[in-house]
Design a binder for this molecule. Structure first.
Ligand SMILES: [Zn+2]
Length: 265
């Protein structure tokens, strides 16, 4: 499994050679982009787009232009996520959780899936060279199966794709339901990427994933005092030293047969 450390600090790409996961918007707003020292992958930022707007405000054309610029300046990334439509209840119906407001798309799961597949086809035809990956969306296993069929009907054989994103499981990952979805989709022989994984989720289903990303280090750090000698900040929620230590600890705790190489990506 390849494990990507999620960060919103784009300059980390020049500070480390461990695999990183960054949202495209963090690169887009930069005047100068640093070249990556190690592997990285790009998140389309769909969760916050749909949370805030209930729709994609960035057109496929703009997104492709952003990805080209990132590829050119930061260097070839492993892959970039398509502009998918997550199917979590909050994203669909809207609401407020822990002070975070979701406007809601007020569309059906089936419509989210239809739009996800259509977006993938559009992006791939616009820029087949940009390593844009398809994402499976749904809520329950039969819906994920239906999404797989939608791709098949559209002529996309997900078994042949080097990476397939597994969407909307991040809140379910440590539950039985989440594990069942990952197991069912992995049984199709897909090389799955799990978005937004936490320690427990990795322990349970990490062996079924080809890769995963996690930002859990940041909230872990937010609830603890800063590292010894880190006197300029209250906690290490934005700190690369903390993130690296967390990564080493989490990966070392996984069974050896699912551990990625820690230092040589
Ligand atoms: Zn720190």
């Amino acid at each position: 499994m390849r494990f990507y450390l999620t960060t919103h600090k784009r300059h980390w790409v020049r500070l480390t050679d461990v695999p990183l996961f960054l949202k495209s918007e963090h690169f887009v707003n930069a005047v100068k982009l640093d070249e990556a020292q190690g592997p990285y992958a790009v998140d389309s930022g769909g969760f916050s787009e749909l949370q805030r707007n209930g729709d994609w405000t960035r057109s496929p054309r703009q997104y492709v232009d952003d990805l080209r610029r990132i590829w050119e300046h930061v260097g070839p990334y492993d892959w970039a996520a398509q502009q998918d439509w997550m199917c979590e209840d909050l994203i669909i119906h809207g609401g407020t959780v822990k002070g975070q407001r979701f406007v809601g798309t007020h569309l059906s799961v089936a419509e989210h899936q239809r739009r996800t597949v259509a977006n993938f086809l559009e992006l791939r035809s616009m820029a087949p060279e940009l390593r844009i990956i398809p994402v499976l969306q749904g809520r329950k296993i039969p819906e994920y199966e239906r999404c797989l069929e939608l791709y098949e009907k559209a002529g996309v054989d997900l078994r042949k794709e080097p990476t397939v994103g597994l969407g909307s499981v991040c809140r379910l990952q440590s539950t039985k339901e989440g594990a069942a979805i990952v197991t069912a989709m992995a049984a199709h022989g897909l090389k799955l990427h799990g978005f937004g994984f936490k320690t427990l989720g990795l322990e349970r289903v990490g062996h079924l994933l080809a890769s995963a990303d996690s930002a859990a280090w940041s909230s872990h750090a937010r609830h603890r005092p800063s590292l010894p000698g880190h006197t300029t900040h209250k906690n290490c929620a934005n700190c690369i030293d903390y993130a690296m230590r967390w990564r080493t600890r989490v990966l070392s705790a996984l069974p050896s047969w699912q551990q990625p190489a820690l230092d040589t990506p």
